[in-house]
Design a protein around this ligand. Structure first.
Ligand code: FNR
Length: 380
């Protein structure tokens, strides 16, 4: 199939399924256990209806917005952190960096990248803002060094993943038993840049018979707690955002600490099965922050199952500043490289423009809560 035949984000997925190496497909596509949350992530959007306004002059539509009070982006969408880019493309995460730069969106660079942090940062175009996703290492010195490095090299936000005290059980991935040595694929952003497979844990080899996800689980520290977040606040001046918050209560706690934001996310349905989708949790987060008098003190991001411009619109209406795209960017990268990812971002922009026009919105700040009927979401 040609790139010209791709009409929407699902098309990249269909082509990826047919053309990717089976073990790479298994790692990217899998969710935890019965994949109920994985399916629910997109299905939840079906329960939100749009309520368009008419007779608004929509001849000019502007999808641009600002993230973390500093980065002007072309649309309220960013490429979220996903480990192991080289499973899908020989140039790995740098493909995403270049596409993000070309389309003026933000890429969140992963700790468990398969390119070094330097490689990713060197792939930026001038004035391209990026974020760094952090898995806190059991060795806090390793974590401090990588955070300081990310800050020194101009990363504009630190996204601390808090939903992975251990890795979820992804059985599709486990069954396939990844054949290559994963330690050659995972690099190093959490640790030594050039050191062989000296990973963030200082561990030399990971067990190749475990499935890719199992193999990387040894990089994660189950002791991570709120105290470590307070410690990180003393380490860096980058805005800190917690990635993987799933309740209003935790969002309120993050706001009380003075953090810059939260990403409402269930890790793409890859961690705890049968938890709620990000879009379903969003109203609870907004309501609890309002009740605590902390709404507006912190930005709210969301990810999981965003596949259409209308999905993005619904999240903005329900109070999100921006939306993370995970698997679609991996599938676009794996099938058509940088050009594919650029096309994916164009598709999101075109779809969002169309929905905004049909909804009677000419700019992001025109999108308001009363434009969606979210009463079929089961919040509480
Ligand atoms: C992820 N995600 C993830 N998150 C994170 O904080 N650190 C990581 O290393 C990874 N790795 C990763 C690998 C793969 C293959 C996937 C699909 C996802 C989760 C990711 O950032 C995001 O939360 C979800 O992917 C969003 O859901 P969608 O867009 O994939 O449905």
């Amino acid at each position: 199939p040609s790139l010209g035949s791709v009409l929407n984000s699902f098309d990249f997925e269909a082509i990826a399924r047919q053309t990717m190496k089976p073990e790479a497909w298994a790692y990217y596509s899998s969710g935890a256990e019965d994949e109920i949350t994985l399916r629910e992530n997109h299905a939840a959007f079906h329960r939100i209806a749009l309520k368009p306004r008419v007779l608004v002059n929509v001849s000019h539509i502007d999808t641009s917005t600002t993230f973390l009070k500093q980065t002007r982006v072309s649309l309220p969408v960013y490429i979220t952190a996903c480990a192991l880019g080289k499973l899908g493309h020989p140039d790995g995460e740098t493909v995403l960096t270049r596409a993000a730069g070309a389309r003026n969106v933000v890429q969140m660079m992963p700790t468990l990248a398969s390119c070094s942090l330097d490689d990713m940062l060197n792939a930026r175009v001038d004035s391209q803002d990026t974020w760094f996703q952090l898995y806190v290492n059991a060795d806090r010195n390793v974590t401090r060094d990588v955070v300081l490095k990310a800050e020194a090299r101009g990363c504009k936000g630190l996204f601390v993943t808090v939903d992975a005290p251990q890795l979820g059980r992804r059985e599709k991935d486990m069954r396939l038993k990844y054949q290559e040595d994963i330690s050659d694929i995972i690099v190093k952003t959490g640790g030594d840049e050039e050191g062989e497979s000296s990973t963030s844990t200082g561990q030399k080899k990971v067990n190749r018979a475990m499935g890719a996800a199992r193999a990387i689980s040894s990089f994660i520290d189950p002791s991570l707690s709120w105290k470590d977040i307070e410690w990180l606040q003393t380490v860096t001046r980058m805005p800190i955002v917690l990635k993987g918050v799933q309740t209003g209560a935790d969002a309120v706690q993050a706001a009380k600490l003075g953090l810059a934001g939260v990403v409402v996310s269930n890790h793409g349905g890859r961690q705890l099965d049968t938890c709620r989708s990000g879009i379903e949790i969003l109203p609870e987060v907004v309501a609890d922050l309002k009740r605590a008098g902390l709404h507006g003190k912190m930005e709210i991001y969301v990810d999981g199952g965003f596949r259409r411009g209308s999905d993005v619109f619904k999240a903005i209406a329900l109070g999100a500043t921006g939306v993370g795209i995970g698997r679609p960017s991996l599938y676009a990268m794996s099938t058509f490289g940088q050009e594919g990812v650029e096309r994916l971002l164009d598709i999101f922009r075109e779809e969002l423009e169309m929905v905004m026009g049909l909804m009677g919105c000419t700019k992001i700040s025109d999108i308001t809560e009363d434009m969606v009927d979210a009463s079929h979401l089961s919040t509480r």
